[in-house]
Design a protein around this ligand. Structure first.
Ligand code: MN
Length: 725
């Protein structure tokens, strides 16, 4: 068992200023709370956290990370609380231990292939500090090293989970020394026969390789010297698992895998890598298409080197991997190199920038890097942008966007569940449908046959899928509705022109009619009439003798003139439709800047109301008739609004107010003055304004007029008895 003093020596070797008292205190604390616990191996439980800390020291991590390694199982397996850890060891260590406890207490459902990727991402998304992952990997590594003491079924389960979840994480973070040891241990427990076979043959093959490499090195040596390059060729170590994978994918025996001689060349400077490459290509013939420059363009896990395959030494192809010492370190330790203790803590900004250059290039990360914590948080966010992972009640993992709600989750499972989503429980607790989900939540959706998608869901549905499905459904509903409306409009027009409405129900006759009008689809035709894209008069015209039609039309027009006219251009955009007939309701006369709400009307297209219009509650009984509209910022037209002013009844009052209005470039339509009290009068104006901002200025200017008592915009159904001034 690793002793506390061994651990401290290890840390002091690379970090002479380490605060070793913290490590000692953590050791004493851990020994105390784990007292009496043993591992399956019979060893004291304490040996496990100490070994984990030892692995972290091998990775040269900082003191808080190693301290957290010593304490990593205390909260989960003993009575210790996170608060105690925080009190004795500070917030930083406590946060690390807390992160580890959260991962350990999460129960992963069986790691099916398609789940594994999500679980990996979830683990990374859950932690706020990459060091938590590093400690978790060290923990798993020690558990794998001591797996022999567990039952066979546990060995298989843990090894499979390690291979599905933890080795890919180690790979992603570029920590190949941990990745390879874990992989070999997994192979040992998952395929013991194959492992035994490879492990038995490998040393001999490896020696053979080394012999070849010495010969190749001798051939290279003079050339390298000639160009002043100090380089050190060595046989590339192969981990057993990668040999196993090659044997499986090539369906070949181990001999064939070792057909290729693999050489690693370590140079001093990265420029030397390229020179060495040139020399190699000069000595042996390169295989076309097998050269890769991972120095110029690093792999996503920051692996850097030059790869080339050449022909051949004694009939063997030779694979070269050329890299510098620093690149090798990066390959072995990956992201941990960012956490390694630094000899000079006072790094200049340039040095820091230099150190982080690789990741910055990769992630196009713009922000200034001031501390590595912030930096790694960003790395994490960039690797896994804005996603969360939630469980179904059966333990399946679903990926959602950050900020997603139960509606998103429901549509993620199935469109029908989304459409009928009625209630939701998160981790067993009832929540509203707009509740914001968190990583790791278990979400259970309740459905109801009566439920249908609601327009207001669009307020909080976050994922594109859910939004598209909701809109689709609403649009279909709107279409249905406008078909109904279209039919009603046709009916009433037919009645007005005294055409028999029976033909509307006669499918053949009706189909014939719309054919004559140049249309084919009955529904489409009705829909267009409903939206106001087509006038019902077209149909009437076809059905009546020309003279009769003209007569009735004239009569109808006369009738219509008595009704107030709407401006044909209203400057409203309707989502999902371009040329729907829209009019601004005369009851509240909304103007740009007002919050508006719109409904598909019974007779003519869509009517737009100001949101506080007193008619709105009356109209808003059927949510399916609501339709989303916005002001079109392009359209600049004048719109009438009504303004009521209370004034002192004095001569010249009206002139003052009128000049206040015209000074702001607004036209005055109708005006009416009525005496209210003995000395006060009420003036009602209809003025034409562009938008709310202009109106507000006018109201302000009127209010400032000396004789004015009050001024307000009049909205609502109260029909003012305006007369032309
Ligand atoms: Mn552990």
């Amino acid at each position: 068992m690793l002793r506390c003093e061994d651990l401290i020596d290890k840390v002091l070797a690379y970090n002479p200023q380490a605060e070793v008292s913290m490590l000692r205190r953590a050791y004493v604390f851990s020994a105390k709370v784990h007292k009496g616990q043993t591992r399956m191996s019979g060893e004291l439980y304490l040996s496990h956290p100490l070994e984990v800390a030892g692995i972290l020291a091998d990775l040269r991590l900082d003191v808080p990370a190693i301290t957290a390694g010593i304490l990593h199982d205390t909260v989960e397996d003993t009575d210790t609380t996170t608060e105690e850890i925080s009190r004795y060891f500070g917030e930083e260590v406590a946060l690390l231990v807390d992160g580890l406890t959260k991962i350990s207490t999460m129960r992963f459902p069986s790691a099916e292939d398609r789940q594994a990727e999500n679980i990996r991402k979830m683990i990374i998304a859950m932690v706020h500090d990459i060091r938590v992952i590093l400690i978790k990997l060290a923990d798993r590594l020690h558990n794998m090293r001591t797996l022999e003491y567990l039952s066979r079924s546990k060995q298989i389960r843990i090894a499979q989970e390690t291979l599905d979840i933890y080795t890919p994480i180690a790979h992603r973070l570029g920590i190949s020394i941990i990745q390879h040891e874990l992989e070999d241990l997994c192979l040992k427990y998952l395929h013991p026969n194959r492992y035994g076979d490879i492990a038995a043959k490998n040393p001999e093959k490896q020696q053979e390789q080394e012999r070849h490499v010495r010969e190749i090195a001798a051939l290279l040596e003079d050339k390298l010297k000639e160009f002043g390059i100090r380089a050190n060729p060595m046989a590339l170590p192969s981990n057993l698992y990668s040999i196993y994978k090659k044997m499986v994918s090539r369906q070949a025996p181990i001999e064939r895998v070792y057909d290729v001689i693999r050489v690693r060349l370590i140079t001093e400077r990265s420029i030397d890598c390229y020179t060495a490459l040139g020399l190699i290509h000069n000595l042996w013939k390169p295989v076309p298409g097998k050269f890769e420059d991972f120095i110029g363009v690093a792999r996503t896990n920051q692996y850097q080197s030059l790869h080339t395959l050449v022909m051949g030494h004694k009939g063997h192809p030779i694979k070269f991997e050329i890299m510098t010492e620093a690149m090798l370190r990066q390959w072995e330790r990956g992201i941990t190199t960012r956490w390694m203790y630094k000899k000079s803590p006072r790094e200049s900004l340039e040095q820091k920038t230099e150190r982080f250059a690789w990741l910055r290039n990769l992630l196009q990360w713009q922000k200034e890097l001031l501390d590595s914590r912030e930096f790694l948080t960003s790395v994490k966010e960039d690797l896994f942008p804005d996603v969360i992972y939630c469980f179904t009640p059966k333990g399946e993992v679903r990926e959602l966007l950050k900020g997603s709600t139960p509606i998103d989750f429901a549509f993620n499972i199935h469109t029908e569940i989304g459409q009928k989503a009625f209630s939701c429980r998160v981790n067993g607790r009832q929540v509203a449908l707009d509740y914001v989900l968190h990583n790791g939540d278990t979400v259970e959706i309740g459905t109801s046959e009566e439920q249908t998608p609601k327009r207001e869901w669009l307020r909080f549905a976050k994922t594109p899928k859910a939004r598209a499905r909701i809109k689709e459904w609403l649009r279909a509903k709107e279409k249905e509705r406008s078909i109904e409306v279209g039919l009603a409009i046709l009916k009433s027009t037919f009645e007005k022109y005294r055409v028999d409405t029976a033909m509307l129900d006669d499918e053949t006759a009706f189909q014939e009619l719309i054919h004559k009008l140049g249309h084919h689809d009955r529904e489409k035709f009705l829909e267009n009439v409903g939206y106001g894209k087509l006038t019902p008069l077209l149909a009437v015209e076809k059905l009546l003798p020309a003279r009769e039609f003209r007569r009735l039309k004239k009569k109808d027009e006369k009738q219509r003139k008595k009704e107030p006219q709407e401006s044909p251009e209203v400057g409203i955009q309707v989502s999902g439709a371009d040329d729907i007939f829209v009019h601004l309701a005369s009851c509240c006369s909304p103007i740009p800047g007002d919050r508006i709400i719109a409904f598909i009307g019974n007779k003519r297209g869509v009517s737009v109301h100001e949101i506080d219009c007193p008619l709105v509650p009356e109209l808003d009984v059927n949510p399916e008739r609501r339709i989303e509209v916005t002001w079109d910022p392009e359209t600049q037209i004048s719109r009438p609004v009504r303004v009521r002013v209370q004034v002192m009844d004095k001569p010249g009052v009206l002139a003052d107010i009128c000049s206040a209005i015209t000074a702001h470039e607004a036209n005055i339509g109708k005006t009416q003055v009525s005496a209210v009290g003995e000395k006060t009068a009420r003036c009602d104006f209809e003025i034409e304004v562009r938008d709310r901002a202009q109106l507000d200025e006018i109201l302000l200017a009127i209010g400032k007029t000396e004789t004015v008592i009050s001024v307000e915009r009049v909205k609502g159904i109260e029909r003012s008895k305006l007369s032309t001034a």
